[in-house]
Design a protein around this ligand. Structure first.
Ligand code: BES
Ligand code: MN
Ligand code: ZN
Length: 492
């Protein structure tokens, strides 16, 4: 899908479809008013059939005085309630209607509307992401692919072309590429998307965008002493990998942001085996890893002026004769010992060694991303990701980026009182607390490995994928990570 910016009038635009916004109570936006005047009121007459709900649409054909054959009217909802959500609903509604129509190109006038206090570049970014999201599909594993007839090839945004907007457009398109990579890696089945597959995906990105890449093998991990990561990988025939992917878009001397992503390509629970129902969804347990690859792809694709190092511990969590037993004690890369009381709390085991390893890149800030706990889903549902941080400024930056990206997070506590749950009679500490506050004790475990760094943890267990009929990866939190990195680099 190509995007461009060009000054256009709705009545003269030569596009397959002109998309116009209408508020409830038949309140026309300036572009819609122009088209209405050109059609001598024909547009307004048709409005009675447009439902008020934001995102509803109505297609008009051969409107007199309007050059384009098709005009798509999209409801923006009540004027008084028009804001971020209504705008995004309108974009999504328009995108789905364009898909249904099979339109090849469109002039998308929705971006030329004031959305609360948002800058027009925000509209542009969210229009691009909404359109790309609606047209994403994953049919790689189907033997019969649907004909790609409904491909929207070109979208023109009718704005005056300023460098700032061109830049926002390029950033948004690259972000969409990154989100799609994360989605596809998540959606791939666990017999294909193995640790080796993720390592290959990283190497491909490295070739395509000239990034640095290094993959540590099991023997390297043994030499280093990554006892926790190795304990999780013990019973799997697919060997573990530790992927390091570096993008340097800023000056050499600038410390990188480290992104550490949980890459469990399938989580059976190990000896603490999970129940059978919905276990297939544990293929999404590498979503943190996917989001790191996606964010790096986005930032490299837009040549963002920032240095990033991605660190991805990846393996399967399998039962078997070599599997780690509940009660086993292992020594982590940090030197601290852990009593593994539950082998299903494996994410924190691979992450703790990866976080310790990440310190060698002397990162300015470290963010780990993980589908870490079912407890986080209980706490926050599928709307907000859990945010934990040992640094107030970093937490504030992530909250602001999340708002900007509309990829919400909710701050959770990391208080010392919660550390008590992890006590062990046999090792320095255990890998689980009790059931209460499960997302918090998991974060507290990670905090024991990041004391010397500015660190934040995103628990995306409830937000990285959808279940049910719409089952599939969401690509979250790539939008947040990209916004965070860009804001860090001084882009607004
Ligand atoms: N990958 C799961 C977390 C998860 C569960 C994500 C359900 C999304 C939906 C993680 O490895 C896990 O199994 N966590 C355990 C921890 C427990 C044993 C302390 C959990 O949440 O049950
Ligand atoms: Mn688990
Ligand atoms: Zn897991």
């Amino acid at each position: 899908m190509e995007f461009s910016i060009k000054t256009l009038s709705p009545e003269t635009a030569k596009a397959g479809c002109v998309v116009l916004g209408i508020h409830a109570n038949q309140e026309l936006t300036p572009a819609a008013r122009r088209a209405d005047q050109a059609s001598k009121g024909a547009l307004k007459k048709a409005l009675a059939d447009l439902p008020a709900k934001a995102g509803s649409s109505l297609l008009l054909r051969s409107l007199p005085g309007v050059a384009a054959e098709r005009v798509l009217l999209v409801s923006l909802g009540e004027h008084g309630e028009f804001g971020d959500s209504a705008f995004r609903d309108a974009v999504r509604g328009a995108a789905l209607a364009l898909k249904e129509l099979g339109a090849k190109d469109a002039a998308f006038f929705l971006v030329d509307i004031k959305v609360g206090s948002r800058h027009v570049s925000w509209n542009l970014r969210h229009a691009v992401l909404g359109l790309r999201d609606a047209f994403y599909r994953f049919d790689q594993m189907k033997s019969q692919k649907k004909a790609p007839a409904a491909a929207l090839q070109h979208v023109v945004f009718p704005l005056s072309s300023k460098t700032e907007l061109q830049k926002a457009l390029a950033e948004a398109a690259a972000t969409a590429d990154g989100i799609e990579l994360a989605k596809t890696l998540g959606n791939l089945p666990p017999n294909i998307c193995t640790p080796a597959y993720l390592a290959d995906a990283a190497s491909k990105l490295a070739r395509q965008y000239k990034l640095g890449v290094e993959v540590l093998e099991r023997a390297d991990m043994q030499k280093l002493g990554m006892g926790a990561l190795l304990a999780v990988a013990n019973a799997s025939h697919n060997p573990p990998k530790l992927i390091v992917l570096r993008y340097n878009g800023a000056a050499k001397g600038r410390k990188p942001i480290a992104l550490v992503g949980k890459g469990i390509t399938f989580d059976t629970g190990g000896i603490s085996l999970k129940p059978a129902a919905e276990m297939d969804e544990m293929k999404f347990d590498m979503s943190g890893a996917g989001s790191v690859l996606g964010a790096i792809r986005a930032l490299a694709g837009m040549k963002a002026p920032v240095n990033v190092v991605g660190v991805i511990p990846t393996c399967e969590n399998m039962p078997g004769g070599h599997a780690t037993r509940p009660g086993d004690v292992v020594t982590t890369l940090s030197g601290q010992t852990v009593e593994i009381l539950n082998t299903d709390a494996e994410g924190r085991l691979i992450l703790c060694d990866a976080l310790t390893y990440a310190a060698r890149f002397e990162p300015e800030k470290v963010i780990d991303i993980a589908t870490l706990t079912g407890a986080c889903v209980v706490a926050l549902g599928h709307v907000a990701s859990g945010l934990f941080a040992n640094d107030e400024a970093l937490a504030a930056e992530l909250l602001a980026a999340a708002d900007d990206a509309r990829d919400p997070v909710w701050r959770m506590p990391l208080w010392e009182e919660y550390q008590e749950g992890l006590r062990s009679n046999f090792a320095d500490f255990a890998n689980i607390g009790g059931r209460p506050g499960g997302a918090i004790t998991a974060a507290c475990y990670l905090a024991r490995f990041t004391r010397k760094m500015r660190w934040a943890h995103l628990d995306v267990a409830g937000t990285a994928w959808k279940s049910g009929r719409e089952k599939g990866s969401t690509g979250r939190p790539v939008p947040l990570l990209v916004r965070f990195a860009l804001r860090h680099a001084g882009r607004k």
